[in-house]
Design a protein around this ligand. Structure first.
Ligand SMILES: NC(=O)c1ccc[n+]([C@@H]2O[C@H](COP(=O)([O-])OP(=O)(O)OC[C@H]3O[C@@H](n4cnc5c(N)ncnc54)[C@H](O)[C@@H]3O)[C@@H](O)[C@H]2O)c1
Length: 272
């Protein structure tokens, strides 16, 4: 039996839970929320799920002792990695992460690695909104020469970013290149748009050698991701046009599905 913990009960957390509901061999056992939402989420989920603001390591240890598969899925944000994921890894609990943009912070990938090593467990970085990460990470084993990522979104997808100081997003009539830089610089300037660039970097050439272009394009309605990678394996180019998640237009539906797929691969007899 898998005892699943979700950190974060926002658009992704709720959509993942609803997709996994009824899956044999799996139980939503624990949900971690912020103080502000504790009472309302407790009321929503009832007594069968532990709803708390901190992971209950003692309870999770009991599940492990019963030989259950204990998995923590982070779908909350940067602060949840520091507050919940690092201690959980160090205590020996396997974690899967969606807030990959946070790993652009200097030292955080190393901190995750050290915590997983000391807990003798694993941290899984999920592919989220982007596809082709399997091919990129495989190709990297033979050496990559270049990886280029282009993220194209409707202008309003860049609200609340430095783009607002550069261009009048609501008045754009042509595509506007907001940034051409390394993935590290892109994450520093556009942290809210960093998840895919960071995922591509971590699977491929790293944050400094991965080239990123961000474009506000008034002619598109989806989030469009393009990856071009070249290396000893050959070359590939993928374009992924992601539809938004109905409950949070800033999140792609594929992000939820990537987490659901990961969990199903842990409980089903054949994985793909
Ligand atoms: N990898 C990807 O491709 C990808 C794509 C989309 C979103 N994401 C990431 O997934 C995360 C969740 O996205 P969402 O659309 O569900 O956002 P959301 O805002 O709808 O939900 C996030 C929830 O997590 C809660 N939260 C924040 N910090 C917390 C903490 N320390 N402990 C417990 N709960 C906490 C918030 O209160 C909120 O309810 C974000 O970090 C986002 O960047 C990743």
């Amino acid at each position: 039996m898998m005892q699943l913990t979700l950190i974060g009960w926002g658009a992704i957390g709720q959509a993942v839970a609803s997709r996994l509901d009824g899956e044999p061999g799996l139980r939503l056992a624990q949900v971690i929320v912020t103080d502000r939402r504790l009472a309302s989420v407790r009321q929503q989920l009832g007594d069968s799920v532990v709803v708390a603001t901190q992971l209950d390591h003692a309870l999770m240890r009991e599940w492990q002792q019963n030989r259950d598969h204990v998995l923590v899925l982070e779908c909350a944000g940067h602060s949840a990695i520091d507050r919940h994921v690092l201690p959980a890894l160090a205590a020996g609990f396997e974690c899967a992460l969606l807030s990959i943009g946070a790993l652009s912070e200097e030292g955080l990938p190393q901190a995750i690695e050290a915590a997983a090593l000391s807990g003798q467990t694993q941290a899984h970085l999920l592919s989220g909104a982007i596809g082709g990460i399997d091919a990129l990470a495989s190709a990297q084993l033979l050496g990559l020469d270049s990886v280029h990522y282009v993220g194209r979104k409707p202008p309003m997808g860049f609200l609340g970013t430095p783009a607002e100081a550069v261009v009048d997003l609501s008045a754009l009539t042509q595509p506007h290149v907001l940034l051409k830089a390394s993935a590290r610089e892109a994450a520093r300037l556009y942290p809210k748009n960093a998840n895919v660039a960071a995922t591509v970097s971590l699977a491929g050439l790293g944050l400094d050698a991965t080239q990123v272009e961000l474009i506000a394009d008034p002619s598109v309605t989806q989030n469009i991701h393009e990856i071009t990678a070249r290396g000893a394996f050959g070359e590939f180019h993928i374009t992924l046009k992601g539809n938004p998640l109905a409950s949070n237009p800033k999140t792609s539906a594929l992000t939820v599905l990537s987490a659901v797929r990961f969990v199903l691969n842990q409980v089903r007899p054949i994985t793909i």
